[in-house]
Ligand binder design. Structure first.
Ligand code: FDA
Length: 542
């Protein structure tokens, strides 16, 4: 690009910025803009990769599933960069460090608390959407997938190669690889193949020094940390190399709903004794939400048993007859299809063309708050009845019970940062959605009361949580990313249990100045010691 046209663009962008800026204090954005345009000029990069709120496409770049009420009135970024080359990411890190204007990295934008695109202090977003290639090896055993790809784009690429190629990751196709793989990645094949993160065999990341490293030179500690230690903390992951799995040509799905008046309580209770022990090929989740009984017209709860079986219907029926006859599964309930069709089925895209998986836009954004728990002792019937009372109270609510067991048992608690392995019967996800921002407090209060009610039924010491269902209620670093050991260990132990301390040690080694940070990023030891309340933190560095 010619120097004069770059100067002209700089003038246009900065004018746009200043005319549109709502605040008289531009928080260093102008300097950042100048810096990044200068860097892009050196790289011969296009300046149309930089967006301010005045660009017409800015709003669509921030469109996500969650309208994110939890962080009240959080700041939106004044600048979004959508790099196409790795060197442009390095340039953004350089400008961010030089001007002390933090960055947030966004892949699919599905963070439950919106931490990839909101903050309480000024910041710039690096949006990875242009890094979305999928390269499958010649033998179909591995793939490099860039982190800006969505699960849908990844699954689509696998389906184009072969009907029997699959990958065990999440259900929603608009979830991004960057956040999802970094925090685990649970899906309908997880009892057979565990988590997405368990399949990572290499990765390329931009580290806190702005260098690009891969497994051969990042060190095994860092490679361990990025396979479940959560997004953000250790660098910007450019791409992951993963092992793929072979799926049968035909799999079977079912989705059977029973309401309270159809014995749902006893069925969910019984499910707890079956779900983590049944054949590894079979995963049965339960989704519970308020409903209206078609027979009585009264409020009730509907429990949907939603399943993927890696095999034919006849075999599934035999297993169900043997292990869970109470559900009364019939041949009519079972649908045979290819694995990729099952992906469409569970994304509510049944019978639609495969290309719908390429769409990145969430369907209906709502206000949303989620929480999670783990269960290692089955609920008594009375405990379930208490949950029903909560669900009936809140129209936009849903609980998901996701079974573990199977392949989860093949991993020790410390093999990756994700500790919820042997002994876990199932994970609970609590969701509440609503449309009216002004009613947020009432919905959040409902969810927090339910969470309190659940305390006596779920894992304790520590009560556990899934980092990919991020929940700032369980503690946060302050706006500078700083925290005390006492504060950080609340969420740290819930997400990672004893692995939290190793994550802190890795962070201290690779990012001692805490460049990559957010409200729940892993803090380095210097931050913990600075803020420690007790005389010593429990963490020692080699
Ligand atoms: P987003 O872009 O918001 O990133 C999440 C976090 O990772 C942020 O902190 C971000 O900064 C960081 N990050 C993103 N890209 C990065 C990169 N390249 N390098 C370093 N850090 C990066 N989970 C599950 O296990 N199974 C499931 O089936 C589902 N389903 C589901 C459905 C819906 C509708 C939602 C909203 C969420 C889920 N999830 C899920 C949870 C999901 O796994 C979790 O929210 C992921 O972190 C989302 O990843 P994204 O890249 O989309 O989010």
């Amino acid at each position: 690009m010619e120097r004069t046209s770059v100067k002209f663009l700089l003038l246009v962008l900065t004018n746009l910025f200043f005319f549109g800026a709502s605040s008289s204090n531009n928080h260093g954005y102008h300097d950042f803009l100048e810096c990044i345009i200068h860097e892009f000029q050196l790289l011969n990069s296009a300046t149309d990769l930089i967006y301010t709120p005045q660009n017409t496409t800015y709003a669509s770049l921030l469109l996500t599933k969650n309208l994110s009420p939890a962080a009240t009135a959080p700041e939106r970024p004044e600048l979004i960069i959508t790099p196409r080359q790795e060197s442009e990411i390095q340039a953004a890190i350089h400008c961010s460090k030089m001007l002390n204007l933090p960055i947030r990295v966004k892949s699919g934008g599905h963070d439950y608390e919106g931490l990839s695109y909101t903050s309480q202090t000024p910041f710039v977003v690096i949006d990875m959407r242009n890094f979305r290639s999928v390269t499958i090896s010649g033998d179909g055993k591995t793939a490099w997938v860039q982190t800006g790809a969505t699960l849908g784009q990844f699954y689509h690429a696998l389906a184009l190669r072969s009907r029997t190629l699959g990958f065990p990751a999440g259900v929603c196709p608009t979830v991004g690889i960057g956040g999802h793989f970094s925090g685990g990645g649970f899906g309908m094949m997880s009892r057979k193949f565990a988590l997405a993160a368990d399949h990572i065999v290499d990765a390329r990341i931009v580290n806190a020094d702005g260098e690009i490293v891969d497994r051969s030179n990042m060190g095994e500690d860092l490679f361990w940390a990025i396979r479940g230690g959560g997004g953000t903390s250790f660098g910007i992951v450019l791409e992951f190399k993963v092992t793929l799995v072979t799926v049968p040509e035909i799999v079977t799905v079912f989705n059977v709903t029973r309401r309270l008046e159809e014995n749902a309580t006893e069925l969910v209770h019984r499910w707890q004794f079956v779900a983590n022990k049944i054949d590894d090929e079979l995963l049965i989740r339960v989704f519970m939400k308020p409903d209206v009984s078609p027979t009585t017209g009264n409020k009730t709860v509907a429990a949907s048993f939603s399943s993927l079986f890696l095999g034919r219907a006849q075999d599934l029926l035999q297993i169900m007859q043997r292990e869970f006859p109470e559900l009364g599964l019939t041949e009519q309930d079972c649908l045979e299809m290819s694995w990729i069709e099952s992906v469409l089925f569970y994304s509510w895209f049944r019978d639609q063309p495969l290309d719908v998986l390429l769409d990145r836009a969430p369907r209906i954004p709502t206000y949303f708050k989620g929480k999670s728990d783990y269960v290692s002792t089955p609920f008594p019937l009375e405990g379930l009845r208490g949950i029903w009372r909560f669900l009936i109270e809140e129209d936009g609510s849903e609980l998901q019970f996701s079974p573990y067991g199977g392949a989860f048992n093949a991993f020790s608690e410390t093999e990756t940062p994700f500790p919820h392995r042997r002994g876990t019967i199932f994970m609970i996800e609590y969701d509440v959605e609503w449309a009216n921002l002004h009613q947020s407090e009432a919905h959040l209060d409902w969810l927090r009361r339910l969470y309190d009610y659940m305390e006596s039924y779920v894992t304790k010491s520590p009560r556990a949580a899934y980092v990919n269902y991020r929940d700032l209620d369980i503690g946060r670093n302050n706006i500078e990313g700083e925290t005390s050991y006492e504060q950080a260990s609340v969420w740290g132990l819930r997400y990672f249990n004893n692995n939290f301390e190793r994550l802190v040690r890795v962070k201290t080694k690779v990012d001692p100045n805490n460049f990559f940070r957010n409200e729940q990023s892993i803090p380095p030891i210097s931050v913990l010691n600075k803020n420690r309340k007790t005389s010593q933190s429990n963490i020692y560095i080699d």
